[in-house]
Design a protein around this ligand. Sequence first.
Ligand code: HEM
Length: 443
Amino acid sequence: MPPDELPPGPSLFATFDFIRNPFRFLDTCASRYGDWFTVRVPGVAPFVFTSDPAAVREIFLGDPDALHAGEANRPLGAFMGERSSLFLDGSEHLRQRRLLLPAFHGEQVASHADAMRNAADNAIASWPRGQRFRIHPQMRAITFETIIRAVFGFENDSTGAELRASLKKLFALYTSRLGTLFSLPAMQIDAGRWSPWGRAVRLTRQIDSILYAEFARRRKEGVEGRADILSMLLSARYEDGQPLPDNVIRDEMYTLMLAGHETTAATMAWVINRLVTNPEVMERARAEVFSALNGRLLDASHVGKLKYLEAAINETMRLDPVVPNIGRGLKKPMTIAGVQLPSGVTIAPCIYLVHRRRELWPNPAQFNPDRFLESRQSPYTFFPFGGGSRRCLGAAFATYQMKIVIAEILSRVELKKVDGYEPHAIRRGIAFAPSDGLPVNCD
Ligand code: HEM
């Protein structure tokens, strides 16, 4: 293929299905065009999707200065701000990522175990027994509360309450049908407080003033003895000894709050869907939880023992990845796995399609957690958290939280499938969640 010619792909009309039913859209493209296809959306660079694991490997090991993830992520951003590590590239990205990393190391993540369990317990206590309800909003409430505590360390103070209220409104807007279109510049028009973008702008201003006041308060009072992520960032220093400017910390706060709760909530909803439709897996996972707990309250010491539950979570992320593809903007012409690509396109390793390749995953559509107990997976064939120098910062945090929350659910209630309900994926903010909020019956 000449360098300026891109692999064939769907028409703009067919591409609308990416919003209506993204997994179906990807399946159709793969069966029609194979391992490589181009998706074009007006106003943004063409996306060249690939499901070739050799290409995934080259991209993850490739030069980050030539493969810009930050640039490709920017449409997700809307109100997160330009200084977020999600949107930076090159040495600036590395410098900032280094300062965030300590907040996501094993011991630090384990320190949030009680907050994770308490948030789950509070939600579970409110579930109506003997009735049907939607599980996805419940998962969002749990992950929202957990991330607020991890990021700010707020308990029951008034700043925490004010911030929670404004953030909930902003995130509800962002994950609504209209908010999902905020990534298109044409939707970012402030036509007053009643227009969707106008509301988002005003809410963001409100939240910013709470955040900046909190930064100033902590800088004045000191952060000694505090283990939350904000306090860590306030005391962090770049290699030249400089502190992070407030606008950078502000952008990282938004990123962690958003990236840190929508994705995990949607993934847990998919896990519950897989468990209620595979009762034998659910019972095996429940038995493992009871055996690990042995009558005690779930805490950090139990998490490592939940191997089968972790396998069930991984198998769910294989089949229902809430981020179905990632992106890297090409800064120069490149040949990737033998395919020549011009500068300016975004190459999009397709998590969803690689996770369903027949030669990698025998009987790929079957939900079988044992796959993850029997063999170790390669980072180029199983990558729900992306990869290379851009791999998700919160992967350990998310996995830890999912194990705690699902274990707590299994130990406390019996969830059952609602007859006739078959979910498809819908985009909500940055994650693809099950349609209709995933109704379940609870006993
Ligand atoms: C199941 C839950 C989650 C999934 C599936 C997920 C998935 C992803 C993916 C696919 C990427 C892009 C990686 C790439 O381009 O190669 C990413 C990046 C990122 N995620 Fe997550 N994520 C999850 C949870 C979290 C949590 C809990 C946090 C923080 C508390 C978080 C923070 C981030 C950040 C900061 C980045 C940007 C990393 C960088 O560019 O250096 N994520 N995530």
